[in-house]
Design a protein around this ligand. Structure first.
Ligand code: TXA
Ligand code: MG
Length: 338
C-alpha cells in the first residue's frame, strides 16, 4: 500500500486535510496523527477489523490493549460502565491532556481494543489535529504510539515513516510534538488508583490532585509477573535499534571505551556540559539539558536521529534521581534493557 503524507497546520488544521483523513478512518483505514505527547496510529476504536489493522501494522502482540481517544469527558463516560470520583477529579484537572484513565469497559468497545480484558484505556487529547480528527470522523479513535512494536515512539512524521511506510494509509505531518513522551496511565477501576505508566504528568502532581492514595506499580514487579498490570510495562520497550548503555557518571569513560573499540557512538548528556575535548569524529554528542520537560521533549527525536545517523552504540548519562524525572528514567531503563 502507498502511504499518503499530508502536511497539516498543528494549530489550525485545514478542514480539507482533516476531512480526507477522517474519510479514510470511516472507511476502516489507519491514519497516523500528532498528539501533544507522541504521534498516534489511529483507527475506529469500535470497529474490530479497523483495530486489527493497527496491530498488524505495528506488529503489536494481541495481548497489549490500545488507548481510545475521545473528544470529551462525556464521550469517555459512554465507553465506561462506572465513573468513580477519582476519574472525575483527574479528568477535570488534566483533560484535554496527556493523561490516560483505565476504567471498566462498556459493551460497545470490542474486545480486540482492550486485548480481551475487562477495562478500557481512555484519553481526551489536547492537540488540535487529534481533536479535529475525532470530531470530523465522529469516531472514538484507538491509537497506540505510531512506531513498530517495542521500538522508540515517534515525535515527528519522519519517525512514523521510518517504521511504518507502506504499512498504513496516511500520515498527517503536523511537525514535532510538544510533549515528546507518552501520556501517564492511571487505573481508576480499582479501589485505590494505580499508576500503570509514568508519563508527562508526574506522580507528585497526580497525588496532589487525587488528594488520596495512589499506588505506584513497581515496574520491577511487572518484569517477572506473568499477569502484567499493563503490558506497556514489559521490560524491553521503547528501544532504539542500536544497543543503549546507561552510564552512572557523565558517560565519557564509556564513550571513550566504545569509540576506541572502533564503533560509532551516540552520546546523550543532561546539562553536564562535559568537555568537547573527548569527542572524536566517531562520536555524535547531544546535550538535552538539565530540565526534565525539555529533556523529555527531545529524547525520542535524538534517539531516532542517532539511529538514522548510523551510530552503533548509544551511551546515555543517567539523569538526576530527583522529582520530575520519573518518566525519563522509566523510558531510559527500558531502552537499555538487554
Ligand atoms: O501518549 C500516549 O499515550 C500515546 C498517544 C498516541 O496517545 N499513546 C500510547 O499508546 O502511548 P501505546 O499503545 O503505545 O501505549 C498504551 C499503554 C500501554 O502501556 C498499554 O499496555 C496501556 O497503555 N493500556 C492500554 N489499555 C490498557 C488497559 N485496559 N489496562 C491497562 N493498561 C492499558
Ligand atoms: Mg507505544
Amino acid at each position: 500500500m502507498e502511504t499518503l503524507v499530508e502536511r497539516i497546520d498543528p494549530q489550525s488544521p485545514e478542514p480539507a486535510v482533516v476531512a480526507k483523513a477522517a474519510a479514510l478512518l470511516r472507511a476502516g483505514g489507519v491514519v497516523a496523527f500528532p498528539t501533544e505527547t507522541v504521534y498516534g496510529l489511529g483507527a475506529d476504536a469500535l470497529d474490530e477489523a479497523s483495530v486489527r489493522k493497527i496491530f498488524e501494522a505495528k506488529g503489536r502482540p494481541s495481548n497489549n490493549p490500545v488507548i481510545v481517544h475521545v473528544a470529551s469527558t462525556a464521550d469517555a463516560r459512554r465507553l465506561a460502565t462506572t465513573w468513580p470520583a477519582a476519574a472525575d477529579r483527574l479528568a477535570e484537572r488534566f483533560w484535554p491532556g496527556p493523561l490516560t484513565l483505565v476504567l471498566p469497559k462498556a459493551d460497545i468497545v470490542p474486545s480486540i481494543t482492550t486485548a480481551g480484558g475487562p477495562t478500557v484505556a481512555l484519553r481526551v487529547p489536547a492537540h488540535p489535529v487529534a481533536r479535529a480528527l475525532i470530531e470530523t470522523s465522529e469516531r472514538p479513535l484507538a491509537a497506540p504510539s505510531a512506531n513498530l512494536s517495542t521500538r522508540v515512539s515517534a515525535t515527528r512524521a519522519e519517525h512514523v515513516l521510518a517504521g511504518l511506510t507502506g504499512r498504513i494509509e496516511m500520515v498527517l505531518d503536523g511537525g514535532p510534538t510538544s510533549g515528546g513522551l507518552e501520556s501517564t496511565v492511571v487505573d481508576v477501576s480499582t479501589p485505590t488508583p494505580r499508576l500503570l505508566r509514568h508519563g508527562l504528568i508526574d506522580v507528585g502532581t497526580l497525588r496532589e490532585v487525587l488528594g488520596g492514595a495512589l499506588e505506584v506499580i513497581d515496574r520491577r514487579a511487572g518484569e517477572t509477573d506473568a499477569g502484567l498490570a499493563s503490558p506497556g510495562m514489559l521490560r524491553k520497550h521503547y528501544s532504539p535499534a542500536v544497543p543503549l548503555d546507561l552510564a552512572d557518571d557523565a558517560g565519557s569513560r564509556r564513550v571513550a571505551e566504545v569509540s576506541e573499540g572502533g564503533l560509532r557512538v551516540g552520546w546523550i548528556t543532561c546539562g553536564g556540559g562535559e568537555t568537547a575535548l573527548t569527542i572524536g569524529p566517531s562520536v555524535l554528542h547531544i546535550d538535552l539539558g538539565s530540565e526534565p520537560a525539555g529533556y523529555a521533549r527531545s529524547l525520542y527525536d535524538t534517539l531516532h536521529r542517532m539511529e538514522a545517523a548510523g551510530v552503533e552504540r548509544i551511551v546515555v548519562a543517567r539523569p538526576p534521581q530527583t522529582a520530575g524525572w520519573e518518566a525519563v528514567h522509566d523510558r531510559l531503563s527500558r531502552a537499555a534493557a538487554k
